[in-house]
Write a protein that binds this ligand. Structure first.
Ligand code: S3P
Length: 177
C-alpha cells in the first residue's frame, strides 16, 4: 500500500532527463526537501563527481552510490533524485520502490543526449561516442521501465514535467484509496 511505505518520491532516468531540475520544482510545490544521491556522495567525499571518477574510478563511485542508497532508508516524505546509473543493477528497482513511488523521467534518446551534453560535466559521457552512450542507455532502459510512473519529458520543460508528475501521483493515490 502506497500509504504504508516510506512515502518518498524517487526520480530515476538517464542523464539529461531533468531529475535535478524537476526535483527542485517538485520539492517547492510539495513543500518537501530534495535529496540528491550525487550530492550525498560529493558531500561525503569532499570531491566533485568528476574528481571521484578521475581519482578513484567508476567502481568506487558505484560503491558510494550503494552506500547512499542504504542511507536513503532513513528518509521520509522527501523528493529523491538518483544518479542515472543508480537504478540499473539487479535488485535496485525493488530497493527503490521500497523507498516510495518511483518516477521514471523518460525521453527519446536524442533529446536526453543533447541535454546531457549541454549541462554539467559528466564522466560517463567523456571518451564515449554517441553510439556508446546510446548502447549504455539501451542496457539501462529496462531498469528505468520498472518504475511505478513514467513521464515523457521530450519537448517539455521542468515545470511541465513536474505538473505531469504531480497529476500522476494524484491519480495513483486516488486509485489506492
Ligand atoms: C551517472 C550519472 C550522473 C552521476 C554520475 C554517473 C551515470 O548523474 O551520478 O556522473 O552513470 O549515468 P545524472 O544522471 O544526474 O547526470
Amino acid at each position: 500500500m502506497a500509504g504504508e511505505m516510506a512515502d518518498n518520491v524517487v526520480l530515476v532516468g538517464f542523464m539529461g532527463a531533468g531529475k535535478s531540475s524537476v526535483g527542485r520544482v517538485l520539492a517547492k510545490r510539495l513543500g518537501r526537501c530534495l535529496v540528491e544521491t550525487d550530492d550525498m556522495i560529493t558531500a561525503k567525499e569532499g570531491r566533485s563527481i568528476p574528481e571521484i571518477f578521475a581519482e578513484k574510478g567508476e567502481a568506487r563511485f558505484r560503491a558510494l552510490e550503494e552506500e547512499a542508497l542504504g542511507l536513503l532508508a532513513l528518509k521520509r516524505g522527501e523528493i529523491i533524485a538518483t544518479g542515472g546509473g543508480l537504478p540499473c543493477h539487479e535488485g535496485r528497482p525493488a530497493a527503490l520502490k521500497a523507498l516510495g513511488t518511483v518516477v521514471w523521467l523518460s525521453g527519446d534518446f536524442d533529446t536526453l543526449y543533447e541535454r546531457a551534453l549541454r549541462a554539467g560535466e559528466r564522466p560517463m559521457l567523456a571518451g564515449r561516442s554517441r553510439q556508446d552512450v546510446e548502447a549504455l542507455y539501451r542496457t539501462r532502459e529496462p531498469f528505468y521501465r520498472a518504475a511505478d510512473i513514467t513521464v515523457d519529458t521530450t519537448g517539455i520543460g521542468p515545470d511541465q514535467v513536474a505538473a505531469r508528475v504531480l497529476a500522476a501521483l494524484g491519480a495513483r493515490e486516488k486509485a489506492a484509496r
